[in-house]
Design a protein around this ligand. Structure first.
Ligand SMILES: Cc1cc2nc3c(=O)[nH]c(=O)nc-3n(C[C@H](O)[C@H](O)[C@H](O)COP(=O)(O)OP(=O)(O)OC[C@H]3O[C@@H](n4cnc5c(N)ncnc54)[C@H](O)[C@@H]3O)c2cc1C
Length: 492
């Protein structure tokens, strides 16, 4: 795989580590894989598997079903396997290698996160991205790496999944989850090239992505004013070749809005206008501020009023494009940054196919609109949660913020327990909800950075895995006590 050069030349102050380490495996990845296996052997205590066996996988009866085989899903699976749970399955609707955004709709050159952020490795040094990178490109390569090319991150995740033998079934989509009283398990209909079938897990981890607690958002003004061929969301496949020589308007000022503006410019768009409502672009990144143990490990331990206060502040401060992303677009003379530019009305001329946008900053005439407004949180639109949604406790059911902290989207977030588990809106109506773990970006107010963010994985993964194993042990305690009572292996 050839990675974009831009990512190799080390110009950033971000790299605070130089490599004195001489323990780089000379035998490259295969030697690193041996080291990983050796590490796992050294720390494999306790050895005994303590619940279901792989036979019941065939029967579709699982201890844990993980929906989503992106970085979150496979890292949770590894965590559960290390806790000696083998009756688990990870499913993903995409073909292998196309899980998540990295090789599909992500249009940045590199990750936005610093290269030294760890998480999926569970603290095993030879499993880190750096070890994987240095095994291929050496310590100097690491020193010269500024930020991680997105395709390289995806390749690291594919290697991670392979070397750890994570049980993943691709091209398998989970439908609406229901509770099967008779089996005392969930019933999850799944669709795959094998056809339709039902899985019966005791526990479910939703690792369905950054939009996993809602949907990508296309403002109604755009949906109601333009034909589908005249606009696309940054989440969609976009044929940038068709935008060559065209005038483009981009709505939104987050990283993806800038990424898509840059790809359009690089593809020969005649002009690109990036519009946002704020008077000026935020230039301080609260997500960088949050990368310390206190917030990452203990936001979930705060009382509700403080949880809400911190997160609403972070959202109020706003997201900004990383420096590289900002420069990538602003180097173009035909790129126009339009702050304080609210869109009031959109008219489409079907004849000329011209889009006229009346804004607070004048009228814009363009040929295509790229919607960079991100996603909204709304569990009611999640196909997996269609049947469960009415019973799920949301923040608006549990907390009334002060008038100056009202935030409609935050109020729609799931009100999660300390293991990322869903909670009942009305206690006693749906007690099985506690067995569904929401490890998506929807965890933000409840748990801080958890699922769907690399920065949060180091501290959130142990919480969700512990949440699952804690319940599995408690749920099966009667059987364990029987096993103890019938334990007659004599020592001598
Ligand atoms: C463009 C972009 C750039 C980002 N850059 C960064 C970054 O630089 N640093 C950072 O820390 N974070 C970044 N993020 C945020 C986050 O890290 C990513 O979204 C990351 O992909 C989250 O990993 P995940 O495993 O939680 O979800 P994904 O990687 O999204 O994996 C979830 C998977 O679940 C599948 N799925 C969903 N529903 C179902 C279903 N019903 N049945 C079966 N499969 C299903 C999805 O198709 C997907 O393959 C970025 C996000 C985006 C969108």
């Amino acid at each position: 795989m050839v990675y974009p050069l831009g990512a190799i030349v080390n110009t950033s102050v971000m790299d605070m580590q130089t490599t004195q380490n001489t323990c780089i495996p000379k035998g490259g990845l295969s030697e690193l894989e041996d080291l990983v296996r050796r590490d796992l052997q050294l720390i494999s205590y306790p050895h005994r598997e303590w619940l279901g066996n792989s036979d019941s996988v065939a029967a579709g009866e699982l201890d844990v079903l993980i929906v989503g085989a992106g970085q979150s899903g496979i890292s949770v699976a590894f965590g559960l396997m290390r806790q000696r749970l083998c009756n688990i399955l990870v499913i993903d609707e995409n073909v292998e290698g196309k899980e998540g955004p990295w090789k599909t709709f992500a249009r940045m050159v590199t990750l936005r996160t610093p290269k030294y952020v760890t998480g999926p490795d569970w603290g095993i040094p030879n499993l880190t991205f750096r070890a994987w990178y240095e095994a291929q490109f050496g310590p100097d390569g690491w020193d010269n790496l500024a930020l991680i090319p997105k395709e390289m991150w995806a390749d690291y995740l594919s290697w991670y999944r392979k070397v750890l033998e994570i049980p993943v079934e691709n091209e398998t989509r989970a439908g609406a989850i229901t509770w099967n009283e008779e089996r005392q398990r969930f019933a999850v209909p799944v669709t795959s090239p094998r056809g339709e079938r039902v899985l019966y897990p005791s526990k479910i981890v939703l690792a369905t992505g950054i939009d996993g607690s809602g949907r990508w958002d296309i403002p109604s003004m755009i949906r109601n004013s333009l034909p589908p061929e005249a606009y696309a969301h940054t989440r969609h496949d976009i044929d940038f070749e068709k935008l060559r020589g065209k005038r483009i308007a981009v709505l939104g000022a987050g990283a993806s809005a800038f990424d898509n503006a840059s790809v359009a410019l690089e593809g020969g768009a005649s002009e690109v206008h990036l519009c946002y409502r704020r008077k000026s672009l935020p230039n301080v990144n609260p997500y960088r501020w949050a990368e310390f143990v206190g917030f990452l490990n203990h936001h979930g331990d705060l009382p509700d009023d403080l949880k809400w206060r911190f997160i609403s502040k972070i959202l109020q401060m706003g997201q900004l494009p990383p420096t590289d992303t900002f420069k990538r677009a602003t180097t173009y003379a035909n790129f126009h940054l339009r702050g304080d530019c609210t869109w009031n009305e959109i008219r489409y001329d079907a004849g000329s196919k011209v889009i006229r946008i009346s804004t607070s900053d004048g009228v814009l005439e363009v040929d295509f609109v790229i919607v960079g407004t991100g996603f909204v949180t709304d569990l009611s639109v999640r196909p997996e949660l269609k049947e469960l949604y009415p019973h799920i406790a949301l923040w608006k059911d549990r907390y009334q913020p002060p008038a100056d902290q009202i935030h409609a989207d935050l109020a729609r977030h799931p009100y999660l327990g300390p293991g990322f588990e869903l909670q009942e809106k009305v206690p006693g109506r749906a007690p099985y909800l506690r067995s569904v773990f929401n490890y998506t970006f929807g965890c933000l107010p409840s748990m801080g950075f958890g699922g769907a963010s690399i920065s949060g994985m180091k501290y959130s993964l142990p919480k969700v895995v512990n949440g699952v194993t804690k319940q599995l042990y408690a749920d099966n305690c009667a059987a364990f006590y029987d096993a103890l009572e019938n334990y007659h292996i004599e020592e001598f």
